[in-house]
Design a protein around this ligand. Structure first.
Ligand SMILES: Nc1ncnc2c1ncn2[C@@H]1O[C@H](COP(=O)(O)OP(=O)(O)O)[C@@H](O)[C@H]1O
Ligand SMILES: N[C@@H](CC(=O)OP(=O)(O)O)C(=O)O
Length: 438
């Protein structure tokens, strides 16, 4: 079995949905197809939820009406048989009625939001299923709520996914194409939840790991993992092959083509991940697998929304116990640290989740003096630095000679060198590194 995931742009119009169906039919053997919501839908549903949570009933209803009209147009262009069109339109009405039922409801805002945004993937998979059936394919629509689950810490429960999805596959031996939703899942209490923005990649990787798939394919709007962020840098190029470790670093540090956690399940189960372009299916794309890669910098990614906190110990020199005290504060507020740099008396850390920043700073001020810098970006240079050859470091720093660097992390992993800069210098830094390193 192969797992094929198609993102929002790949299923963004009736024409693209038909292209996706062609790609799926041309892949030999059994497959599980994981779909995102049509592009733009998740954002619109977030807006609907926001109107509802803030008691803007009229705005919510107007936006829902626009979305219903849009989906009805998609149905009439995508489906040919009248009975299928009617069934699909009934499904659309039912899902938007479910959304409307949240107006004035007394449940936590976060649950309202989760219930509403989940409908994007429910709609796209249903429409795709109708279309595939019209083409005569052997297809089964599987609800992600029947197998995809997260625990109290919002971590996917792979054992449950393996057991429940395995049962579904075994119970349907004649089915060639299983279609399911990415992104959405059950919470530990059985409520509607999700794997965070961009989470359909993660769903595909989890399913691929659960069934130990032959391959996981992530189909998107670009021909694989590029050496730098194509949204900011011209003349980037697609990498033919990268290791799981490099891909994990790049995804975590901002390469939007992959959800930050999505490489981890595939790496654990040793299932190769192929990144492909839906709009150029013959382009080779990028294969992510266990492989030895050339030394030095292979790709660059950048993650915004970073806050740096510098804590200077009140007790100068030999202040053992100081770091323990600092880390305990972050642990208490379940806030993970991305980067750390230290000196004899001070430590700087970065975080991207500032939910508890105020409380964290207040507690850290009991240990030392605290400085907070916001609007920062981590630039991650991924590659194999294990051979410790000279050359790359000089090239990295001479490329950045005109850009102030706030923190540097080197040697924490063999696959990553990270730098913190002001976000306003991000584009300049990415371009300078591109010119200096490739
Ligand atoms: N290093 C990179 N390589 C390829 N694409 C990247 C990279 N960094 C950022 N991107 C962006 O990721 C986009 C694809 O990811 P995404 O929008 O999440 O796709 P999908 O909607 O298919 O899930 C590309 O269009 C590209 O602009
Ligand atoms: N629809 C969700 C999940 C997702 O993964 O989407 P995409 O594959 O288009 O990044 C989102 O927009 O976050």
């Amino acid at each position: 079995m192969k797992v094929l995931k198609f993102g929002g742009t790949s299923v963004g119009s009736p024409k693209s949905i038909k292209e996706v169906a062609n790609i799926v039919r041309n892949v030999e053997g059994k497959k599980t197809v994981v779909l995102s919501a049509m592009s733009g839908t998740t954002n619109s549903l977030h807006e609907v939820a926001d109107h509802i949570i803030n008691y803007r009933e009229e705005e919510a209803n107007d936006l829902i009406n626009d979305l219903v009209a849009k989906y009805v147009d998609v149905v009439t262009e995508l489906l040919e048989e009248k009975t299928n069109q009617n069934e699909a339109i009934a499904l659309i009405s039912d899902r938007f009625e479910f959304i409307r039922e949240h107006i004035g409801i007394e449940i936590p805002s976060s649950q309202i939001e989760k219930n509403i945004v989940a409908q994007g993937e429910v709609l796209s998979t249903n429409l795709f299923n109708f279309h595939l059936k019209e083409t005569g394919a052997s297809v089964l629509l599987v609800s992600a709520f029947d197998f995809m689950a997260i625990d109290e810490a919002n971590e996917p429960v792979l054992s449950k996914i393996t057991e429940e999805y395995g049962k579904i596959v075994v119970a349907n031996p004649a089915t060639e194409i299983f279609v399911t939703q990415g992104y959405i899942c059950n919470s530990h209490t059985g409520k509607i939840d999700n794997l965070k923005r961009g989470g359909s990649d993660y769903s595909a990787s989890l399913i691929g790991a659960a069934i130990v798939a032959e391959e996981i394919q992530i189909w998107t709007d670009i021909d694989g993992m590029h050496n730098n962020d194509p949204r900011f840098v011209e003349n980037t190029f697609s990498l033919k092959e990268i290791s799981f470790d490099e891909a994990a670093e790049l995804a975590y540090f901002g390469a939007k083509i992959l959800h930050p956690q999505s490489v981890i399940p595939a790496r654990k189960a040793n299932v190769p991940v192929l990144l492909k372009n839906t709009f150029e299916p013959d382009a080779p794309g990028t294969i992510i697998k266990n492989c030895k890669v050339p030394d030095g910098v292979r790709a660059i990614a950048a993650k915004d929304g970073i806050t740096a906190i510098k804590i200077k110990s009140f007790r100068m020199l030999m202040a053992y116990g100081f770091l323990k005290g600092v880390f305990e504060v972050f642990e208490k507020y379940k806030t993970s640290i991305d980067m750390i740099t230290t000196s004899e008396v001070a430590v700087s850390v970065t975080i991207d989740d500032t939910t508890h920043l105020k409380e964290i700073v207040a507690e850290l001020q009991e240990i030392g003096s605290v400085e907070v810098d916001t609007d920062l970006t981590i630039v991650c240079l991924a590659g194999d630095f294990s051979e410790q050859k000279t050359g790359s470091n000089t090239a990295i720093f001479s490329s950045l000679s005109n850009i102030p660097v706030r923190m540097i992390s080197y040697g924490g992993s063999n696959y990553n060198v990270s730098l913190v800069i002001n976000t306003e210098n991000k584009k300049k830094a990415l371009v300078a590194l591109n010119n200096g390193l490739f």
